[in-house]
Design a protein around this ligand. Structure first.
Ligand SMILES: [Zn+2]
Length: 233
């Protein structure tokens, strides 16, 4: 079984700073986002899944967050049985995403506290974690789980080091648990990183992250290179 741990906005410098060895694994590096005009979440994950740069078509769709690829247009189609949990551009829960965006708006409108906003992200995180580990016990050729708490919380609290450390530790623990299961290749991958915006907030940065539980030099792959890389694992 191939496991893909998709982490939104996982920032390479934070993986290093917080000493997350399960996230950095045996090989790791940065991704090349130079083919995109901006590091947009749905654009990059859709390109990752489909093996081609989908920026034009995602931006041309009416509602970017509602953009959906067919399984036959993704690397999932190479697997007889696969599980894709909450993956943007494919299976993301639209209602939850709406809740997250409304809470963010509410924060800036002073109607939602940062604690309430974080709680929405963390509660969903726990649900995805449970589904991910349940799928990893199942009979699948590939399981991909997508985790977005580091992105959501980071947008409002990237400068709050204790909070970010807690989230990186949590994701490192998830990667460690998957590694210990010994099911096969584990790819940890992010769409983009995060950089400070003022002293407290965070914004998407122009470089993503990858790691593998084997010694492989992938160089600096583009998101759309991973469909081929996954087929070679
Ligand atoms: Zn993102």
């Amino acid at each position: 079984m191939i496991a893909v741990l998709g982490i939104d906005a996982l920032e390479a410098s934070c993986v290093k700073k917080f000493g997350c060895r399960n996230l950095s694994q045996e090989s790791c590096g940065a991704t090349d986002l130079s083919g995109f005009s901006e590091p947009r979440t749905v654009v990059i994950w859709s390109s990752f899944l489909s093996g081609r740069n989908t920026e034009r078509e995602v931006l041309a769709s009416k509602d970017m967050w509602g953009f959906r690829l067919d399984a036959k247009d993704t690397f999932f189609s190479a697997f007889e049985r696969f599980s894709a949990i909450d993956v943007p551009g494919f299976s993301q829960d639209v209602a939850q995403h709406k809740r997250e965006r409304e809470a963010l708006k509410g924060f800036f409108g002073k109607k939602v506290t940062v604690e309430e906003y974080d709680a929405i992200a963390l509660e969903w995180h726990k649900k995805v974690r449970e589904e991910f580990f349940s799928a990893l016990e199942g009979d699948y050729g590939l399981v991909m789980g997508y985790f977005d708490a580091i992105d959501l919380v980071g947008h409002l609290s990237f400068g709050v080091e204790g909070k970010m450390r807690m989230l990186y530790d949590e994701m490192d623990g998830i990667a460690g648990k998957v590694r210990a299961m010994g099911k096969g290749p584990l790819l940890v991958v992010s769409d983009h990183g995060m950089k400070p915006l003022g002293s407290r907030y965070g914004d998407h940065s122009e470089s993503g992250f990858w790691s593998l539980n084997s010694r492989k030099d992938l160089g600096m792959p583009k998101p759309e290179d991973f469909a081929r890389i996954i087929a070679s694992l």
